[in-house]
Design a protein around this ligand. Structure first.
Ligand code: ATP
Length: 226
């Protein structure tokens, strides 16, 4: 695999492409769970190629297992502020406010097993944004949710992003290319371990006629000429 891409600060980039194309691998390289055999990774202009995951200015969210099973919703958010889980009154208060901001204050004392999948992901999102990391990597976080709920969750990401003092850069893997519409700024189409194409959401979804992209989207390329 060989990835070459520049994501401008503050951009929301959607990564699409066939299964096995390398989308999760690319996120793992950025997060530091995998080290590249060569090349350079720069974050916010600094070289982070060999940095430990915890040293990187990154927040991550996955399809599941974002929350600690033994902690309540409030504690799962507060732990983003106090990783040693010695929850101060101030951290609990901030977690409560974050829950209220997403309309989940009534769930403060529930554990993940007592929440729906959508509620769990909303709690995880609240924690992610509370930590104010400048770069967010979202690996299919809403894949298990239905279309309407996925739209609600993307709208919540957009709202939290707008509320942030400095909007984070977002790189989001999705198996639903249409989810990028209205939310992401740009799409990167990965194929066979390469960034095959990048472009605006509209260009990639509606105009680009690249045969591999069209095949992935399940659409034949348009026949041109007479
Ligand atoms: N640690 C690893 N060592 C070797 N090969 C791996 C490793 N992790 C993934 N792969 C391989 O790399 C390729 C890309 O995997 P990756 O999970 O990045 O794809 P993806 O685009 O995220 O796919 P999906 O959409 O199915 O999640 C696959 O062929 C996979 O088998």
């Amino acid at each position: 695999m060989r990835f070459d891409i520049h994501v401008p600060e503050g951009e929301w980039l959607a990564l699409i492409g066939p299964s096995g194309a390398g989308k999760s691998t690319l996120l793992d390289l950025v997060a530091g769970f995998l080290l590249p055999e060569g090349g350079t990774l720069r974050l916010l202009g600094e070289d982070y190629t060999k940095a430990e995951p915890a040293e990187r200015p990154i927040g991550m969210m996955f399809q599941d297992n974002n929350l600690f099973a033994h902690l309540t919703a409030e504690e799962n958010i507060a732990i983003g502020l106090e990783p040693r889980a010695r929850f101060s009154h101030a951290a609990r208060l901030q977690a409560r406010e974050a829950l209220a901001a997403i309309g989940l204050e009534d769930l403060a004392n529930r554990r993940p097993a007592e929440m729906s999948g959508g509620e769990r992901q909303r709690v995880a999102l609240a924690r992610l944004f509370l930590r104010e990391r400048p770069i967010l990597l979202l690996d299919e976080p809403f894949a298990a949710l239905g279309p309407a709920l996925r739209q609600d969750m993307l709208a919540l990401v957009a709202a939290l992003r707008e509320r942030a003092a400095a909007p984070p850069t977002i790189v989001m893997v999705t198996h639903h290319p249409e989810d990028a519409r209205g939310f992401a700024d740009r799409i990167a189409f990965l194929d066979a371990g390469r960034i095959h194409l990048t472009g605006t959401v509209e260009h990639i979804l509606d105009h680009e006629q690249d045969p591999r992209l069209r095949a992935y989207l399940g659409q034949a390329p348009r026949v041109t000429g007479s």
